[in-house]
Design a protein around this ligand. Structure first.
Ligand code: SDX
Length: 455
């Protein structure tokens, strides 16, 4: 039984990174909810209200008061932390980065401006933006031994395997700046990661093609530099394709952060033990690789290719996705939080049309995707379960039209999400309520028993 009563109110918690005062949210502890167990024990659970979103019952004293845990596999209704970085309203299809709607940032901002916003909490002034851009440009190169490290992988290694190993190995190059308790070390590590991810991603790509690794060209913008690292060859001049640059800028902005998704929660959990920033971000790369998460964009294209090549009807594909005896799921559909539509999918679908008009590309695959979307949205199974296209459904079509191979799609996602991961990692270290993560469990194993006596 839960009842709500009046309780004390606390003010906002602030911390200052020297540029902008950041608030981890104006939390108002305005009420309590009383929980009484079937054994008669009870606990007053303070209710916390954030800036947006549902109230939260603070259950930290529940075990002490009532001797019980909470059970929430997959943490579908558990707030693991307080955060002021990103907000999602799954019912309304809302995504805010530091309060700014994703639609407005997608239309007006750049990826580096979004990086600044996510890291420091406010949009930069023109001077701050120029300073930040210069800092990032000065860190785009990697130690020459990183080339040797990546060349040590098999020629057919998956780029995500190479990225995972290389990001973790960065901690072996920066002994001078991985003191997690030093805000300056945390800041320079974030800048290094944002700056170096495009360089490392392009090395992973060119290693798998047997092509030479290009050096960054700091006269170019962040995204122009990435396209040059990926597609230029030393033998020729390279001019970035501005249509591709615009599309990639959008994809990076849309994938930059997304609250406590699986990979971000993994980074927070790893970082909560005091792991250095590079090791912590490497755990995010590992988690993102799964096909239920960031690996979905590669899985969507494999699914569309398989449907196209097999000649299977859309109706047959949808029936397979609905069949409980078939493990097949429609890749690019469904989301733990969005139970209406993923606002990023709508933005990316529009960009898909533009890219295919400008650059050509898999129009038949895009038409197949549109038909699949149309038919699932009309199907009761998907409507009842509120399954809509997510950000991964269309991104693969754009990336392929830009000439990026499928096994690099999740690397692109990781490159974009690095700023989200490191911003959450930093926010955790600046949170006065920061503790090492250590969930409990429901033990369902054998009851206590004695070791059998030796006969
Ligand atoms: C990302 O968390 C984030 O924010 C992630 C992300 C980010 O930016 O970080 O948004 C990026 O990871 C997007 C999601 C990409 N993954 C995919 O597209 C893979 C396909 N989607 C599913 O695996 C699934 O929808 C999840 C993993 C995304 C969500 O899983 P949930 O919330 O645990 O949903 P569920 O498994 O409890 O499913 C509820 C019902 C089930 O049916 P019933 O048991 O109720 O009968 O919906 C069904 C599921 O079988 N279902 C699907 C389905 N997704 C869910 N059925 C067919 N096809 C699907 N895609």
């Amino acid at each position: 039984m839960v009842t709500r009563q009046q309780a004390q109110v606390t003010g906002p918690a602030y911390y200052d990174n020297g540029r902008h005062k950041q608030s981890i949210g104006d939390e108002i502890m305005s009420e309590t909810s009383k929980l009484t167990t079937t054994t008669g024990k009870s606990s007053e659970l303070p209710m916390i209200s954030g800036t947006h979103g549902p109230d939260v019952a603070d259950v930290r004293r529940l075990y002490k008061d009532a001797g019980i845990f909470t059970y929430d596999p997959g943490y579908a209704t558990t707030a693991s932390c307080k955060s002021s970085i990103t907000f999602i309203d799954g019912e309304k299809g809302i995504l805010l980065y530091r309060g700014y709607p994703i639609e407005q940032l997608a239309e007006h901002s750049t990826y580096l401006e979004v990086c600044y916003l996510l890291m420091y909490g406010e949009l930069p002034t023109p001077e701050q933006y120029d300073d930040f851009t210069d800092i990032i440009k000065n860190h785009t190169m990697v130690h020459e031994n990183i080339r040797d490290f990546i060349n040590g992988f098999r020629y057919d290694a998956h780029p995500m395997a190479m990225l995972l190993g290389t990001v973790g190995a960065l901690s072996s190059f920066y002994h001078d700046s991985i003191d997690i308790n030093d805000p300056k070390h945390r800041e320079i590590s974030a800048q290094r990661l944002i700056a170096k991810m495009p360089t490392i991603a392009s090395y992973c790509y060119n290693h798998s093609r047997g092509q030479p690794f290009m050096y960054p060209d700091n006269s170019l913008s962040y995204v122009e530099n990435f396209t040059r690292l990926m597609f230029a060859v030393p033998a020729e001049e390279y001019q970035p394709n501005q249509v591709a640059v615009k599309a990639l800028e959008l994809i990076l902005i849309l994938h930059a952060d997304h609250e406590q998704n699986a990979s971000t929660s993994t980074v927070r959990m790893a970082g909560s033990s005091g792991a250095n920033p590079f090791a912590s971000i490497a755990t995010g790369v590992a988690s993102l690789w799964g096909p239920a998460h960031g690996g979905a964009n590669e899985a969507v294209m494999n699914m569309l290719d398989a449907i196209h090549d097999s000649g299977e009807t859309i109706e047959k594909t949808i029936d397979r996705a609905k069949d409980k005896n078939d493990p097949f799921r429609l890749m690019g559909f469904g989301h733990r939080v969005y139970k209406n539509f993923d606002p990023r999918a709508k933005i990316i679908q529009k960009m898909c049309h533009e890219i295919l008009d400008d650059l050509g590309g898999d129009q038949p695959l895009f038409n197949l995707a549109m038909e699949l979307e149309e038919k699932t949205l009309a199907d009761d199974y998907f409507k009842e379960r509120q399954l809509y296209p997510n950000v991964d459904f269309y991104s693969g079509i754009i990336l392929r039209a830009l000439g990026i191979p499928m096994n690099m799609f999740t690397v692109m996602f990781a490159m974009a999400r690095t700023v989200g991961w490191i911003s959450h990692w930093n926010e955790m270290h600046e949170d006065p309520e920061f503790r090492i993560g250590r969930p409990r469990q429901v033990y369902t194993g054998a009851a206590t028993r004695d070791y059998p006596a030796k006969s």
